[in-house]
Each structure stands twice: as C-alpha cells, then as structure tokens.
Design a binder for this molecule. Structure first.
Ligand code: NAD
Length: 484
C-alpha cells in the first residue's frame, strides 16, 4: 500500500481537508525529500472537531464499557492485520529502522487499545462506609471532550497511549499528532472508520503546534489536555490551560542518568546500555544520556562501550541491516550537532561518532549522524544539564554511592533512571533516593502497562498508564447516602 500524498483530518467520522485548504510539507528523513503533505489546520478545524466530539459524547459515554471494549478491540485487531503497512509508514515518516517500527512501535500501538479496552472493563471505583451513619460511593464519570497531543519520537505508540484510555473511559477526543510524523495517525483514522467507531468519538486534526495544538488547548470545551512533548511546550500549555482550570497530564523532557556500579553483571549491563543510549537514535524520552560508572569499572566500560558503538550500523531505515536510521528532521539534526560543538567548547572529548556518515544515492540528503560518546565534562555544564534527545551520551566516573546519587539527581529533570548493581540492598537504597518517576534496576525499558508512568520535577505532572490514566480521564464524584 503506497502512502497517501495528501493527508486528511478525521472529523465527525470522515476524512476531510483543512478549512483553509493549506497544506504543510512532510519530509522523509532518510532522504530529506518532501514525500507527502499534511493539513495546515487552524482553530476552525479544531472548532469542527470539538463540535463533532460534543455531539458524539452522550451516546459514547453511555454506551458502557462492553460496547466500547468491542469497538476498541476491533481497532486493535485491524492495526495488527495492517501491521506491515503501519510499520513501513512509521519508518518512512520518522527515519527509525523498520525493525524497530515493526517490533516496538506498531505492536505497542495495538497493545494500547487492547490494554485499555480490557482495563476499563475491570475499572472499579471506591466506597467509604461511615458505620451506622451513611455510605459514600465514588462515581467516576468521563470528562466530555478531551485533547490529546503527542510528539514525533514514538508517533503512533504515544498517540494511542493517550487516545485509548480516553476513549475506553467514555470520553470523546480531539487529537493532534506531531506535524513531523502525521502518517500513522492518518492510517489510524482509516482503521477507526473500518472498525465502526461512531462519528465524532475520535477526531484527528493535523498541523502545527502553535496553531492547531494551541487551538485544542485553548478551546473552552476541551476539559482536559493530555500532552507529551518538550518541557518548554509543556510550560506554555500550563500558562494557557491552567487559568482555565483544565485537567492536565504533562509528560515532558528528561536527562536520564544510568548509574553503573562495579559489581554489576557486565554483559547484561553492556547490552542494555547500548539500547538505552542509542535505540531510536537516542530519541526516546526514557533513554539514558548521562552514564556514571563506578571508578574501578570505568576504563573497561569506556573501551567496550566505544568499541560496540563504533560497530553500530547507521543506514537507510528501510534497510534490514540498519541499527540506527536517520534523525527526524534537519532542524533536529542541526540542534544535536550544535550540542556536540557546545560539548567541545565545554572541554569534552568526543570518543567516537558525532559526524555525518557518507551516504550514497537518495540517502545523501538524509539526516544521519554517527552515535557519539563524550567524556571529560563537568556535571553542571549545559551538555550535561540540557536535553539533547539524540544519539549522544556523556560518561564519567564516580567514587561513592553518595556521589552517584548527587550526580543522578543534579538536573532539573526527573523522568527515568537506570541502576546496575548485584547488591540488592544498595539497589533498594539508591532506588528510593533517586528523583525520578521510573527507576529500572538491572534492566531498561521493561514495561508493564499497569504501572504509573511519568516524571517528577521538570519532566512532568501526573501519571499515565493503567488505572492512573483511567482516573485522569474521569471525574470522581462522591455520593453520600445517609441512613434513614
Ligand atoms: P514538542 O513539545 O515540540 O511537540 C509535541 C507536540 O506538541 C507536537 O504535536 C506539537 O505540534 C505540539 N505543540 C507544540 N507547540 C504547541 C502549543 N503551543 N500548543 C499545543 N501544542 C503544541 O515536542 P517534540 O519535539 O515533538 O518531542 C520531543 C520532546 O518530547 C522531548 O522533549 C521528549 O523528552 C519529550 N517526550 C516526553 C515523553 C514522556 O513520556 N515524558 C515521551 C516522549 C517524548
């Protein structure tokens, strides 16, 4: 199946052009060429989407979990059936290797629908008994129309991570995927139509953040905003939606530490550290970008890490041999390169990578970068404090547990942290003190969708996943019944 050249908005159950008639260019990062166009939507498209969602809400919210379960499971099954087409589209849009889209992004998108369809069937609310006096029970009712805004790094994976719980809980959604990676959301719209999702229950508006995204956030009828993206954008969204008293779930940036103690299982640690550093070109919010190693292991780790990193193959994302594809956009490639220049200015030594590999044929115009490891930087320098979100990590030794913790906690971010040690007491002690929403011990990216997902400090507010998401997308109402 060839991708559509002109993408559509999905409003009120139909694929429609933007009101303005204007389109934006969509680039293939592997070649740097425009290969399709997406609607340049504005507040008029959002208005139509919100109106459609409002019309759909009474029926969808009253349909009950079982009917919603059936529809969402059909969507999941159709994504699974069309997995190849979805994976290919995700890879062309984002530049990530096809092996990754096919094994992670698309399976997870369909799992999100299955998981939340099922979770909503099990979702229960609380009761509080006042002995001899009264009984309280909590109603958890859907909010109404909600906005879901997602980034480009895991396009369908994160878009559905918001949409699925919102719909399962009985809300109607106005969603916007990133303007850099709109293609799989467009395919999702087709799947929803095929699955018989009632018109208006899910609406997808494509376009730019400050225009289409802003209109969703500022619309008086969107009761909640679930946003994943950069911290600066999150701050802006708070400034718009906060004074309107909207419910907000904000999943923002990170600068995640990996703490590697000398007593770790070296092989297991090396394998996972390679993944946590360079999966999806480091463009995963959970990637570890500051790696701290206990001094006795430092040189052995550094030499092996450099050796394995140099062996990674940067190649066209559709090539089966590609371990790293292209970065998502020229602008992002240049941002990552600017941090490499900054790291040099700050006294860092680039041990490997950080240059554009020579590519051939159509790939010559693509946004490729060799993965880079930097040492010799102070923990407080900008390279170690600011999110780079690319195939760039810094390494440094530490001497004591206290020092390791101070280094790990020494940024404004607090999304995820990874620690490697065979000493269970130490692992518990350190995990307890790490300022992060997610701590992985002797592993990375092991995900149970029931667990709370999110960050502390400037990495976000609120949690996604499991019942946390269903609670976010419902309003609790206490009903108190006094005994006669
Ligand atoms: P971004 O903030 O630029 O954009 C994210 C989304 O917000 C896009 O759809 C964009 O169009 C939209 N947007 C931009 N300005 C807006 C505005 N004024 N109003 C409403 N919407 C607006 O982020 P990005 O570059 O797409 O994604 C990368 C960032 O996302 C990184 O910082 C990364 O750490 C973060 N991220 C966080 C998580 C997490 O779970 N915490 C997961 C993935 C990515």
């Amino acid at each position: 199946m060839e991708p559509d050249k002109y993408l559509s908005n999905y409003i009120d159950g139909a694929l429609v052009p933007p009101v303005s008639g204007a389109y934006l260019d969509n680039y293939d990062p592997s070649t740097g060429q425009v290969y399709s166009h997406l609607p340049d939507s504005d507040e008029r498209d959002v208005q139509r989407a919100v109106e459609a969602a409002e019309r759909a809400f009474p029926l969808w919210s009253k349909a009950g979990p079982e009917q919603r379960f059936n529809t969402l499971m059909r969507i999941a099954a159709l994504i699974e059936q069309q997995r190849e087409a979805f994976a290919r589209a995700e890879t062309i849009d984002s530049g990530k290797p096809l092996s990754l889209s096919d094994s992670v992004d698309i399976p997870r998108a369909q799992a999100n629908f299955r998981f939340f369809a099922t979770a909503a069937m099990q979702f229960a609310s609380e009761a509080h008994h006042m002995e001899g006096t009264a009984a309280n029970f909590t109603l958890r009712q859907p909010l109404g129309v909600v906005g879901c805004i997602s980034p480009w790094n895991l396009p369908l994976y994160l878009f559905t991570w918001k949409i699925a719980p919102a719909l399962a809980a009985g809300n109607c959604v106005v969603g916007k995927p990133s303007e850099l990676t709109p293609m799989t959301a467009h395919l999702l719209a087709r799947v929803c139509m095929e699955a018989g999702l009632p018109p208006g229950v899910l609406n997808i508006v494509h376009g730019l953040g400050p225009k289409a995204g802003q209109a969703i956030v500022a619309h008086p009828k969107t009761k909640a905003i679930s946003f994943t993206g950069g911290t600066a954008t999150g701050r802006h969204i708070v400034s718009v939606a906060g004074p309107m008293f909207k419910k907000l779930s904000l999943e923002l940036g990170g600068k995640n530490p990996n703490l590697i103690f000398a007593d770790c299982n070296f092989e297991a640690m090396m394998a996972d550290t390679m993944r946590s550093s360079f999966s999806n070109n480091g463009q995963i919010c959970l990637c570890g970008s500051r790696i701290y190693i206990e001094r006795p292991l430092y040189e052995k780790f550094r030499d092996e890490f450099v050796r394995r990193t140099e062996a990674l193959r940067v190649d066209a994302p559709l090539s089966p041999d590609s371990s790293l594809g292209a970065l998502v956009s020229r602008q992002h490639l240049e941002k990552v390169e600017s941090y490499l220049a900054l790291a040099r200015e700050e006294g860092g030594r680039i041990l490997c990578g950080g240059t554009r590999p020579p590519m051939e044929g159509p790939q010559r115009g693509g946004y490729y970068l060799r993965p880079a490891i930097i040492e010799g930087l102070a923990p407080t320098c900008r390279t170690n404090q600011e999110e780079i979100f690319g195939p760039v990590v810094t390494i440094a030794p530490f001497d004591t547990e206290e020092e390791a913790l101070a280094l790990a906690n020494g940024t404004t971010y607090g999304l995820a942290a990874t620690l490697w040690s065979q000493d269970i007491s130490r692992a518990n002690r350190v995990a307890e003190q790490l300022q992060a929403g997610i701590v992985w011990v002797n592993c990375w990216m092991v995900r149970d969708l029931r667990t709370p997902f999110g960050g502390v400090k400037h990495s976000g507010v609120g949690r996604e996943g499991g019942n946390e998401a269903l609670r976010f997308f419902t309003e609790p109402k206490n009903v108190c019944i006094k005994y006669g």
